[in-house]
Design a protein. Structure first.
Length: 95
């Protein structure tokens, strides 16, 4: 396999197609295996942007009949909280 592919697949964690192909060559056979080896899908978007691309790459290089093995679980992205929600003011309590 050629690992000279510098196409960025996971923008949050800056994982390239070459890194994903290298992970497959090293034994990744599931979406979770790719995630563990490359940190792809672990950024702010939690895989909402790159998950389909990774599953597509994996499906071309791994012979798996069970499509659920290829899927990568996603989590809800982090929500911002205003600092004032953590500030306690005597007399007013939390704002």
């Amino acid at each position: 396999m050629s690992h000279e592919k510098n196409v960025c697949i996971c923008r949050c964690e800056e994982v390239t197609e070459g890194e994903i192909l290298r992970a497959i060559e090293e034994g990744a056979r599931t979406g979770k295996g790719i995630k563990i080896r490359t940190q792809a899908t672990m950024g702010l978007c939690q895989g909402r942007t790159c998950r389909r691309l990774i599953v597509n790459i994996l499906s071309k290089h791994v012979d798996i009949n069970d499509i659920s093995k290829l899927e990568i679980g996603i989590r809800v992205p982090v929500r911002t909280i205003k600092i004032k929600n953590f500030i306690y003011d005597e007399g007013k309590g939390y704002e």
